[in-house]
Write a new protein. Sequence first.
Lengths: 745, 82, 161
Amino acid sequence: MTDTEARPTYKYVGTRPIRHDGLDKVTGKARFAADLNMTGQLRAAITRSPHAHARIVSIDTSAAEAMPGVKAVVTGADFPEIDIADAIHDEAVNNIARDEVLYNGHAVAAVAATTLAQARAAAAAVKVEYEELPAILSIDEAIADGAPLANPTTRTLFTGDTEPSNFASIGQFERGDVEAGFAAADVIVEREFTTVPVHQGYIEPHACVADCGQDGKASIWASSQGHFAVRSKTAAILGWSTDRIKVTPAEIGGGFGGKTTIYLEPIAVRLSQKAGRPVKLAMTREEVLRATGPAPASKISLKIGATNDGELTTLAGTMYYSNGSTKGFSALTGAMSVASYKFPNLELHAIGTVDNTPKSAAYRAPSAPQAAFAVETLVDEIAQQLGMDPIELRLRNAVVEGDPTAMGMPHPKIGFIETLEAIKSSDHYNSPVPEGAGRGFATGFWFNIGEQSSATVNLNEDGTATVITGSPDIGGSRASMALMAAEELGLDVHRITPIVADTESVGFTDITEGSRATFATGMAVVNACRELIEKMKERAAVIRGVDVDQVAWIGGAAVIEGPASEGNEPLTIADITAQAKMTGGPLTATASLNAAGAGPSFAAHLADVKVDEETGQVTILRYTTAQDAGTAIHPAYVEGQMQGGSAQGIGWALNEEYIFDASGEMENASFLDYRMPVASDLPMIETIIVEVPNPSHPYGVRGVGETGIVPPIPTLANAIAAATGVRMTDLPMSPPNVLKKINEK
Amino acid sequence: MAIVHLQADHRRFTGGEEVLEVDGATIGAVIAELERRFPGLGPRLTEGASVAIDGELLPRGSIYEKVGPTTDIHFIAPITGG
Amino acid sequence: MISRTHVHCTVNGDEVDFLADDATSLLDALRDELGLTGAKEGCATGDCGACSILVDGAVNCACLMFAAEAEGHEITTVEGIADGDHLHPLQQVFLEEAALQCGICTPGVLVSAKALLDHNPNPTEAEIRYALAGNLCRCTGYDKIIHAVQEAAVQLNGASK
Ligand code: FES
Ligand code: FES
């Protein structure tokens, strides 16, 4: 671990305690959504479209309704019409189709029955008459002249256009003079890159239980990245007021962005309402692959110019990103993520498309890996052509505070240089490349976001504390919340119980996304703790009969200062809570905020690979990642995020892909055929945590969840180039694709 | 008054102008003024943009955020996360 | 009416009886009939290992077995790995080494790792990686899982000396 900047010494922050929810998770006790069962519960199943694009002529549910055990059937007609200008429109239609099915796997009806087998049999018996429409299955088909519309409700975002279009968004970013830049460049490299859709691949399929009462209120237990969003989206899709729905977060078995959208909850609520019984609705893996996720396909043509002494002067290109079946702004985000080098001249066109593949969803640093594949490959080629060390070239051009991102906004305080230096001084970088292998290097960046969070901290009678937040714990965030509270209060981290509360027990909190939980929710926890400290100082003043300004909070206790200090021992939290009743009642504090100032995080990855020139198989021999965490609250989970992000990026780079047949049906909708990395595919992933604190957070936190997935694709592409001399420009870099390139050499 | 930086998309409303001095005490007021001067631009900035002031990314919807005469405002494409 | 078979077996040391129809997987029987939700369904096709259980000490995917096949066998799920309130060293080390993030794969990984260490107390890194190759984890990149299994092996060997 590299400390690149002196930071205050903390007692709890930066330690590695056992996480509070860990015991339940190693003993099988933790309850994920599919583990929950209610008395009288029904099971539900969904009827899905076998066509990529079709008009729904009619739906006949009578046969299904007559089947054994069936208690309720719903179709799109059971949900209110939603105006296409409404923000919830696309998600509502994605939950259950109305007039048209927009991709193979799109939900059209759902059944609740006594057993799952009965529900599935009845779902298969729902008769849907379709009129097939032409299906758009790729970016090229979407943008072709005279292409049919993939989705008649799509308008190009942010343009004010009112005509339907296959263009989801169109954006442009410019600075300097690109023509002059290329004219003055000594080296110019240019290529086209393509990537295919990949899935987030969380191991837990989407699941929920809904129980709708006679009073017209519903309780939902769901696995999601944000249960407040589940509540508001479900309410909007049902046309209900928010107060009719309570959502309790179950444990979540991975999300990575894919559980920021909802698929099941409105359907489960409607089924429960119709049947008058609780309903459990869980997807199969096949449904997860056919109807949720994926990260967008992309097609990026890019050109970079540099001078002989290694100044990257000019970048220009066009980036197409598919959004799947609805509008979205993935292309804009992709172009904006081009933010690592100064490039005085830049022109990027970002074009989002719509097609008849599943509606795309966020996936860790959404859109950035595809863009980094292009940028970092070309930067590597420039280093190669100039005979420069790839890290040196990047150090020469790396952005620092005040330098512009692609959209012109200046970077806040960032640690890119420090991250590059960390790799440069790593053991890996300073070890020789193994015989016959190739070494690749690349970097990545992500903004991170703030947004709204709430926290309540209760001090208990015995001086222990409960920290209540509304951020689902995806990978150890409860422990981080407890650590920050421990640091503030000066209370042992295991005397603090961090919990994630339901939508009626804690203030509104946005989705856990954009690496925001530790940053923004952590800030709310810190603010609540600070308020509690002020309250405890007041109580201590009462107990000691002194003025509150004579009380200081030091080392987890109220210390009386000045003339009154004599004979007055410090009062610990337990001392104060023991007398809470006599000094004004329970000690509790709540803080809510809308956080600004999220800190961007940079990562740099280094890989040694061997390529079998007979089979095209790529084997990773060694892999190292360095990333700026700002401050690592719980370093073990920071490392875990870095390693997990790397592994997902490696899977994206080498193996993962959606394979559609000519009709738009996914041909590999199983974990057997959608091949994610397994333990034997990977080496150890060495981590170097860089800490350049974020000045906008009380402990300097930057989000760490996202950036790790950005560098692996170009890192491996560059390593393959070093090993074989071929530049891979199309994903995945699977054995047949690599072999093909080698044979073309 | 604040200094507003527009990205290329939005410059079609301003006749290509990228950096503008705009009156207004809050982000919302600045957007309203931009809409008055360049009809059609306002909605683009409210629905389809994230805002950064002096390099700090604001949470979405921060229309009441105060701005001063030397505040740099960047309207950029919307940012989400995963 | 679907006919149901009476199944008698041992689960985590307890003798149990339940009824299962012919199509019910052992995973569904464990989760829905016996209330043991430790084993998870990640795929139901034998490809993710989230449902890993021990059948007479050998790792199996519970989703690939019919419930009726449990007849007469000894089944161990993650709920049966600890000795009362005394965690198995694997469980303890997984906690200490942060070898889980979301925790959905953890029950299956622990079961597979236990089977490995029961049969091979001194596995190499490669042996651990191959023994766990049937257990998908999407969160950790496996690193901390492998380290934790190595550490648990050391502790188990120390304890048995
Ligand atoms: S659920 Fe059995 S292997 Fe995936
Ligand atoms: S810890 Fe989440 S899948 Fe392994």
